[in-house]
Write a protein that binds this ligand. Structure first.
Ligand code: ATP
Length: 612
């Protein structure tokens, strides 16, 4: 009895594999800050210049209004308090209120606009990241830590947004406000203004110290965040094993260690950040005290008017906020830029498996497959190659089987035929055409992959089947389901074909998932079928249905099956026995049994293992 394999189209399998945890090495060297900024501006602010222009215009007005507020204290004191002019008693408060209203309005508009620009940039980055995820090579994707990807996708993108938003606001609003307020200060008393300038080197020093300390703590915190995301996704993906093996405490303590590690860094970030403003305030305090002393001394000698001093002091106090914000700007920009660097490293990982120049569309007829002296290693530093000098052939419409011990290289042959990886030596042909010289799209369109575990997406049953061929009509979907013996149970689902299957198809039984997956392969209607037999068995009724569905699926196609239960390959046209990456025997079942080699031994073992 052939044990059914679950199925999916090739791309599904690769998406699944992408999310499997592994570790990822950073590919590109870190970029310089100037390069990152240029790229952010060109790539992610493009098309938003209108919005930005309006925001900057509002910022100019806001900065002007802030300065106007401090300036207005001068006439207010002089004309109202000293000259006691009744007309000004009406006019000046009105002017102050007017200035505050305009400033409130422009502050609101500029904030909303800059935040929108930031969020749009994040969305664009996330689109690029996802694009690079799904289009990446399987080899590169297998190396992506799923948690790291999640943290790049969610947290790094927001760090980047903060840097953009604060960067724009810092460079324009804070800077312009400082200039405008400095203008008022110089206008009111240039000697006092000169004293204030002494605060700047101190503030710059604190800013730089705090910025680099924040950057270190933030990047360690990011690494811990990535680990935590991985622990989380592993606990969710492996929930059944976690429960069945009673691993709750183990999984929780691993996650706790990550949470503690992350906490340590985040607390450090919080403390450093909290220290930034008070530290720069200390310098400001010295200057304020010095100013009051100097101004008071001058006033006692009648050289400075109270109106000028009040206006000057107001401008100086108002200038504290932009200075504080600029203090934090470097810290935010630093962590944002290193986040952008991590993001760009992923986006820049270009797939190596691509259409070669001059690649043509595969003109498949019967789907004959031939491997000629194929050799391949997953890693250059691996001892023995995964596949060595493998030659095999499946003529159009034949069924051939790959058998062999675990790790013999059976799945690797599938990976090579689908060009998830490129063979290093030898060649693979379909209907006489080298697969290296045809387009990837046409190659994969001609192959239906049926994996051990059915992979369903949390969409409707109909959509899951239609993944085999996106353009399929409802009638075609139902025909495929009928051929896969799935129509009946689908019709009994609460919403029939429109029923959502739940995450990973969890709302369906194992056999039902497999039949949906078979229907998907049916719809794909590819001449070549790659079947990786499921190792787990279903109950006999379910298995019979899946078996029938598979028989219909195989009819008229070239099928290569990875057989885990040798009883399922008795009818194969040819069986290839692999061991340590090499074909050690081949022939029909009876030929191989006569030979009394590895196959005969495996078969004997298998018979003993299988229930009668
Ligand atoms: P099984 O029956 O257990 O699925 P298999 O015959 O399909 O085994 P392959 O998965 O093809 O075996 O593996 C062949 C060899 O390649 C093994 O030694 C395995 O460790 C190695 N290998 C497989 N996948 C990778 C990978 N992504 N990176 C590195 N090595 C790999």
């Amino acid at each position: 009895m052939l044990h059914p394999a679950a199925m999916t189209a090739g791309t599904d399998a690769s998406i699944r594999a992408d999310l499997s945890p592994a570790s990822r090495a950073r590919v590109a060297a870190p970029m310089g800050n100037a390069t990152i900024v240029r790229r952010l501006v060109r790539g992610y602010l493009k098309g938003q210049w209108g919005t930005l222009g309006l925001a900057v215009a509002c910022m100019i007005v806001t900065a002007g209004m802030t300065a106007a507020l401090s300036y207005l204290l001068d006439p207010a004191i002089k004309l109202i308090f000293l000259d006691k002019r009744a007309d000004m008693l009406m006019l000046i408060p009105f002017a102050v209120f007017g200035v505050i209203v305009v400033r409130a309005l422009t502050t609101f508009v500029q904030q909303a606009l800059v935040d929108t620009v930031g969020e749009r940039a994040v969305a664009a980055v996330q689109r690029d990241l996802f694009d690079s995820l799904v289009h990446g090579d399987l080899a590169a994707l297998n190396a992506v830590h799923s948690g790291q990807f999640v943290s790049n996708f969610l947290y790094d993108a927001t760090l980047m947004r903060d840097a953009i938003v604060r960067g724009i606001a810092g460079l324009t609003l804070e800077f312009l406000s400082l200039i405008a307020l400095a203008g008022v200060m110089v206008y009111q008393d240039w000697r006092l203004a000169l004293i204030s300038i002494f605060v700047l080197p101190g503030v710059a020093w604190v800013t730089q110290k705090i910025g680099s300390s924040l950057r270190r703590a933030a990047s360690s915190g990011m690494a811990e965040t990535a680990e935590l995301s991985t622990a989380l996704s592993e606990a969710l993906d492996g929930k059944r094993i976690v429960k069945a093996y009673g691993l709750e405490d183990h999984v929780a303590s691993r996650a706790n260690a990550r949470i503690d590690g992350r906490l340590k860094y985040l607390v450090r970030v919080a403390r450093t950040r909290a220290g930034a403003v008070p530290a720069s305030d200390l310098f400001a305090g010295v200057v304020i005290a010095g100013t009051i002393f100097y101004a008071g001394y001058q006033a006692m000698h009648g050289e400075i008017g109270i109106n000028h001093f009040a206006s000057f002091l107001a401008a100086m106090l108002l200038a504290l906020q932009p200075v504080r914000n600029l203090t934090q700007l470097w810290a935010t920009a630093s962590s944002g830029l290193s986040a952008a660097d991590r993001i760009f490293a992923i986006i820049d990982t270009k797939p190596r498996i691509v259409d070669r120049p001059g690649a043509h569309v595969l003109a498949a007829s019967g789907g004959a497959v031939r491997f000629r002296n194929v050799g391949f290693s997953y890693r250059a530093d691996a001892g023995a190659p995964a596949i060595e000098n493998v030659s095999l052939e499946a003529q159009a419409g034949q069924k051939i089987a790959l058998v062999g011990p675990s790790g013999a290289g059976k799945s690797t042959l599938f990976n090579l035929l689908l060009r998830f990886y490129d063979a290093e030596t030898g060649g693979i042909e379909i209907d006489g055409q080298d697969i290296g010289h045809v387009t990837l799209k046409s190659l994969r369109e001609n192959i239906a992959l049926v994996t051990q575990e059915p992979i369903l997406f949390d969409e409707t049953v109909a959509e899951n089947i239609a993944l085999g061929r996106r353009a399929a009509s409802q009638a075609e979907i139902e025909d495929a389901a009928k051929a896969a013996a799935a129509h009946e149970f689908i019709s009994q689902l609460p919403e029939g074909y429109a029923t959502r299957v739940g995450e990973g198809g969890l709302r369906l039984s194992g056999g039902q998932r497999q039949r949906i997956a078979i229907a998907r392969a049916m719809l794909r209607n590819a001449p070549i079928l790659l079947l990786d037999e499921a190792t787990s068995s279903l109950d006999s009724e379910s298995e019979r249905q899946v078996q029938e569905a598979l028989a219909r699926l195989m009819a008229g196609r070239t099928t290569i099956v990875i057989a885990h239960r040798l009883s399922t390959v008795l009818d194969a046209d040819r069986i290839y026995v692999l061991d340590r990456g090499r074909v050690v025997e081949s022939g029909t079942h009876s030929e191989l049994m006569k030979h009394s080699g590895l196959y005969a031994r495996l078969y004997q073992h298998n018979l003993n293992d299988e229930p009668a």
